[in-house]
Design a protein around this ligand. Structure first.
Ligand SMILES: NC(=O)c1ccc[n+]([C@@H]2O[C@H](COP(=O)([O-])OP(=O)(O)OC[C@H]3O[C@@H](n4cnc5c(N)ncnc54)[C@H](OP(=O)(O)O)[C@@H]3O)[C@@H](O)[C@H]2O)c1
Length: 245
C-alpha cells in the first residue's frame, strides 16, 4: 500500500510547533503529507525518514492571497483526504484599545481570515468524505473568557469559529466534515514553556492526528449543528484551569 493509498493531508504551517508534530504523526501513520512553510526550513525532510509516509514541502505565507492561489494551482491534480490549517500567531497581550492597527490586522488576518480563504480555495480538492479542519483555541470561547488576557488572539479565534459556522451554513448538504480544534495548552513558541502539554508526549502528540484522520461525517447533511471540534486527550493530572489555550 502506498502512502497516498493511506491518505493525503495538506497541512498548513509545519515549520514548528503543533503543525510540525501533526506532520510527524501523519507520516508515522503512513500518510502522504503535503506540508507548507513560509520560509525554507533546514532538516524538515528528515521528518519522513524511517516512516511509511511521504513528505512534500510547499511554501505559503497564509497572509498572502496570491500565494494561496499559486499553491492551489500547483496542487490542482491532488486529491486531499484532510486539509488542516494549523498556522497561527498570538498578540502582544495588551488591552485591545492599546494595540496597534498593524498587530490587530495581522492577528485577525492570520488566525481568522486566512484559514477561511484557504478552506474556500482548496475545498474542491478535498474528497467528498474528506475533512477540512482549522486550529481554533479554547481561548476563542466567549462564555469561558473570565480572564480577559490575550484579547485580540481570543477575538481572532472567536471570529474563526463564527466564520466556520457561516461556511457550514453556506455549504449545507455537502458531505465533507468540518472541524475546529482546541488542542489544549501546548508547549510551543506560541504556547510558551509553561504549558501542560508537549507536542511529543504520549497522550498529546499522538492523539490529534488520528482523531482528525479518522473523522468521517456521520450524516450527509452539512449544517452548523454538525460542525464539530475534537480535543487532544490530556494527562490525568491536569490542573483545573488548563482549558484556556
Ligand atoms: N500552543 C498552544 O497552546 C495552542 C493552544 C490553542 C491553539 N493553538 C493554535 O495552534 C496553532 C499552531 O500554534 P503553535 O502552538 O504550534 O505555535 P508556533 O509553535 O508558534 O507555530 C506557529 C506556526 O504557524 C506558522 N505561521 C505563523 N504565521 C504564518 C504565516 N503568516 N504564514 C504561514 N505560516 C505562519 C509558523 O510559521 P513560521 O515558523 O514561519 O513562523 C509556525 O509554523 C495556532 O493556530 C495556534 O493558535 C495553540
Amino acid at each position: 500500500m502506498s502512502a497516498s493509498d493511506r491518505g493525503v493531508v495538506l497541512l498548513i504551517g509545519i515549520s514548528r510547533g503543533i503543525g510540525r508534530g501533526l506532520a510527524a504523526e501523519f507520516l508515522r501513520r503512513g500518510w502522504s503529507v503535503i506540508g507548507t512553510v513560509r520560509s525554507p526550513q533546514d532538516g524538515l525532510e528528515a521528518l519522513a525518514e524511517g516512516t511509511a509516509g511521504s513528505l512534500r514541502i510547499e511554501h505559503l505565507d497564509v497572509t498572502k492571497p496570491e500565494q494561496i492561489v499559486v499553491l492551489r494551482e500547483r496542487l490542482a491534480s491532488v486529491r486531499l483526504d484532510v486539509l488542516f490549517v494549523s498556522a497561527g500567531i498570538s498578540d502582544d497581550d495588551v488591552p485591545v484599545a492599546t494595540i496597534g492597527d498593524a498587530t490587530f490586522n495581522n492577528v485577525m488576518v492570520t488566525n481568522a481570515l486566512a484559514p477561511m480563504r484557504i478552506i474556500e480555495t482548496f475545498q474542491d480538492l478535498v474528497t467528498d468524505q474528506g475533512t477540512m479542519a482549522a486550529m481554533s483555541s479554547g481561548q476563542g470561547s466567549i462564555s469561558r473568557n473570565d480572564r480577559g488576557d490575550f484579547e485580540v488572539y481570543r477575538a481572532s479565534k472567536s471570529a474563526l469559529n463564527q466564520l466556520m459556522r457561516s461556511y457550514a451554513a453556506r455549504h449545507r448538504g455537502e458531505t465533507r466534515a468540518l472541524l475546529l480544534i482546541a488542542p489544549g495548552w501546548v508547549q510551543t513558541g506560541l504556547g510558551g514553556p509553561g504549558a501542560h502539554l508537549t507536542v511529543e508526549a504520549p497522550h498529546t502528540g499522538d492523539d490529534l492526528a488520528p482523531a482528525v484522520a479518522g473523522w468521517r461525517r456521520r450524516s450527509t447533511a452539512c449544517s452548523p449543528q454538525s460542525t464539530s471540534r475534537t480535543r487532544w486527550r490530556r494527562p490525568s493530572r491536569r490542573p483545573p484551569d488548563d482549558n484556556q489555550s
